[in-house]
Design a protein around this ligand. Structure first.
Ligand SMILES: [Zn+2]
Length: 267
């Protein structure tokens, strides 16, 4: 069984086929350019132990827990960027997984909060790192409006059923002037443009990616949600040396998009 989906950003139902993956096809909205899996399979990923240990290892060569130092190194770089905008306060990591990012945030003097749908990951974050993590989706966590100074979503938006709905709730819990940090895989990467077959081979297996963002669609989603975009940069494969970081990253062609935005002040 599967469901037919309208574009999550603009609501149009007018698409063209982009490419096929194991669980169906990815289409592109002819109106705003958003790429998404349509029709949508009913059987979605459960993100339990098997996802963090076996599936992650199949893709990256180490499991999620073994990859902690690498995840922490990236977390510290992103916290540097966030703390140039907001130094102190409460930070909410949506989809915080095992809590490695929040642990680094706590080391910087921020007050860490997490939400996570995976019972396996929540248990790790609570028991191993003593973090305050709500088990379930953000929408059912019941935070009061404007409670957070910072909200982060690292590799979350491409997995969720309704990114616009999630971003509406993110905007509600973020105080006016608060900072949002987002990372998603980049459909418009040099890696995909140059090594299309290799990229496709990896992407084909990622049945749990329901959306494929690129700079313009990520910007459209953030702006629609009441946020002012500070920056959208890219990093990752083919953007590791200094020269390629400047050229590939600066042109938005790295394989990961990283955006920082602020919640608009009420007018
Ligand atoms: Zn659209």
């Amino acid at each position: 069984m599967s469901r037919w989906i309208r574009c999550n950003i603009c609501g149009f139902d007018d698409t063209r086929h982009l490419f096929a993956i194991d669980s169906g096809s990815v289409v592109r909205c002819r109106n705003c350019g958003l790429a998404y899996q349509n029709p949508r399979p009913d059987q979605l990923t459960d993100y339990e132990e098997d996802f963090f240990l076996r599936e992650y290892r199949d893709f990256y060569g180490v499991d999620y827990v073994e990859d902690r130092e690498n995840i922490a190194r990236i977390a510290r770089r992103r916290l540097d960027a966030i703390q140039r905008l907001v130094q102190r306060g409460r930070i909410l990591d949506v989809g915080c997984a095992t809590g490695f990012f929040l642990h680094e945030a706590r080391c910087r003097g921020l007050e860490p909060w997490g939400v996570e749908i995976s019972g396996f990951a929540v248990k790790h974050a609570r028991e191993k790192l003593c973090l305050n993590v709500c088990h379930g989706p953000l929408e059912s966590a019941g935070f009061s409006s404007g409670f957070f100074d910072i909200v982060t979503l690292w590799y979350v938006l491409e997995h969720v059923d309704d990114p616009s709905g999630l971003m509406k709730e993110v905007r509600r819990v973020l105080r006016p002037g608060g900072v949002l940090g987002v990372a998603v895989p980049n459909l418009r990467s040099l890696y995909r443009l140059l090594l299309r077959r290799q990229w496709m081979e990896e992407r084909r297996k990622q049945r749990h990616h329901l959306y494929d963002f690129e700079p313009r669609t990520l910007r459209a989603l953030l702006e629609k949600s009441g946020l002012t975009v500070n920056s959208i940069n890219s990093e990752g494969k083919m953007a590791r040396s200094l020269i390629s970081r400047v050229v590939v990253g600066g042109m938005g062609l790295g394989n990961v998009l990283v955006a920082f935005a602020r919640a608009c002040e009420p007018s």
